[in-house]
Write a protein that binds this ligand. Structure first.
Ligand code: FES
Length: 193
C-alpha cells in the first residue's frame, strides 16, 4: 500500500456540529468562494499532462479513516478518505471515496489529522481555523480560506484507486507540476507500461 494512516482530529477547537459549519456565515463564505476555486482549478489543469499514480486498493479503505499520500510531486501531501456518503467527485461503488490536498489554501497550514468524519469535513486548520466540506469539492465553509481545497481527481481500475489530476492550485505552487520531482509511483502518460 502506498498510502499511510492518518490520526484522528484531536484539536481542542474542533467543531462539534456539521450544521453549524454549513449554515450562517460559513454558508455565505461557501457561496462566495466556489467560483474562485473552480476558476483556479481550470487554470491549474489547462494544457498539462498529469501523471497517474496508484494510491490504494478499495478494499484497504475503511469509512472515516484517511490515508496520506503524495501527488503529483513528492512534496505535495494529500489524503484519501472513504466518507461513507456520496460526494462531489466521489468514486467507488458508493461514490464516496475522495482525495484532497493536505495544505490549507489560506496560508498552507497542514491539515493532516484534522479530518472530522461526523462532519465529512477537514479542519479546523491549526493556523486560522479554516474548515473545508469534503462532500462539496472541498469548499471552504468556515474562517479564513477563500479558495476550495484542491481535489485530487480519482479513477477506479479494478480494485485499485488511481490519482490522475488535481483540480485547483496547490498552496505554495505557481503550477502543480513545477518546482519538484514526481511523487514516488507517479508515472507520466509516456511512462505507462
Ligand atoms: S493557514 Fe489554514 S486557515 Fe490560515
Amino acid at each position: 500500500m502506498s498510502a499511510e494512516k492518518e490520526t484522528a482530529c484531536d484539536h481542542a477547537a474542533c467543531l462539534t456540529r456539521r450544521d453549524a459549519l454549513l449554515a450562517g456565515g460559513g454558508g455565505i463564505i461557501a457561496g462566495m468562494v466556489a467560483p474562485i476555486g473552480a476558476a483556479s482549478a481550470q487554470r491549474a489543469s489547462e494544457g498539462v499532462a498529469y501523471p497517474r499514480k496508484r494510491v490504494v486498493r478499495i478494499g484497504e479503505l475503511h469509512d472515516g479513516v484517511p490515508l496520506a499520500f503524495t501527488y503529483p510531486l513528492q512534496a505535495q501531501p494529500n489524503f484519501i478518505v472513504k466518507l461513507g456518503a456520496p460526494a462531489q467527485g466521489g468514486v467507488g461503488p458508493d461514490h464516496d471515496i475522495v482525495a484532497f490536498s493536505s495544505l490549507c489554501t489560506h496560508m498552507g497550514g497542514n491539515l493532516r489529522g484534522r479530518y472530522r468524519h461526523d462532519l465529512k469535513a477537514v479542519g479546523p486548520c491549526p493556523f486560522h481555523f479554516s474548515t473545508f466540506d469534503l462532500t462539496r469539492g472541498g469548499v471552504a465553509v468556515h474562517a479564513s480560506a477563500t479558495q476550495s481545497l484542491p481535489q485530487v481527481v480519482l479513477e477506479i481500475a479494478g480494485d485499485d484507486v488511481f490519482a490522475v489530476r488535481v483540480a485547483g492550485l496547490i498552496y505554495g505552487y505557481r503550477h502543480n507540476l513545477k518546482d519538484g520531482s514526481l511523487a514516488e509511483g507517479a508515472k507520466t502518460p509516456t511512462m505507462r507500461g
